[in-house]
Design a protein around this ligand. Sequence first.
Ligand SMILES: Cc1ncc(COP(=O)(O)O)c(C=O)c1O
Length: 329
Amino acid sequence: MSNESLNHRRLQATPRGVGVMCGFYAERAENATLWDIEGNEYIDFAAGIAVLNTGHRHPQVIAAVESQLQAFTHTAYQIVPYESYVSLAERINAVAPIAGNAKTAFFSTGAEAVENAVKIARAYTKRPGLITFGGGFHGRTFMTMALTGKVAPYKIGFGPFPGSVYHATYPNAAHGVTTDMALKSLTHIFKADIAPDQVAAIIIEPVQGEGGFNVAPPEFMQALRTLCDTHGILLIADEVQTGFARTGKLFAMEHYSVKPDLMTMAKSLAGGFPLSGVVGRAEVMDAPAPAVWAVPTRVTRWRLPPRMRCWTSSKKKRCVTAPIILASI
Ligand SMILES: Cc1ncc(COP(=O)(O)O)c(C=O)c1O
């Protein structure tokens, strides 16, 4: 089998919308090295798009998954719970930059975490409005497409999107956009689109990924926190990409003097296995009604390098890997 012949089969078998960047096909990978089906060796700088901060097949992750496979693969946590979900939540609660007591809920993908952060924020504030930023990326589901601040390539041909979403300007020194200009764009939204007392949350990536690796200046994050406190708006940090030491600290929000009310995480949380979560102030996290998430999902998505997705019926495996990754950072 050659890269070329497999590429030909791919074009026949899969739609063009599942775009791929590399013209070679992975056969195996170890730590930062990846080999293709022709035996060529690569240094994997992509790391599954920030999913593999601890490298491919971290020995502790593999050992945890192997041992879990010998125990059980799925119970539907909301039907028959298990200890690793609770202990991982405890671990995240202890390390996440959240003011006061924190609680954590787990999901499968980053987009699902963002969707649920929106649900929590709306349940807590009883308000509809959401403010995100131009250039931001929050996922490919309908709500997260709406939140995403880039039309091409993510939104083309897929509208209409859920409403009550407004895009402010993200500061960007490279393009001459100052903190002051970005803050004025929020004032404009409050004047032209939605009153601040109707806004549930401002959702921000502390470092925009898809938007060009823009870092939110400290004074901007501070001003957002003040704005949120003034108007009873929740500040949600989307740390799906920045989380788990991508910026040198466990979470990018640790670089700031202010804390978010809610924070999403995924990607390197489970080192290549699909697990996401929302951590937040306990009072906020408890806003959705009891059992709101108790819909048994037997089928969950796995995240496999390089960003391929397949279907499986397992859930627990994802949960046991994460504490081990946290321990290894
Ligand atoms: C900041 C951010 N939020 C959300 C997502 C969506 O995550 P997922 O692809 O796991 O749904 C991503 C994915 O790249 C992301 O970078």
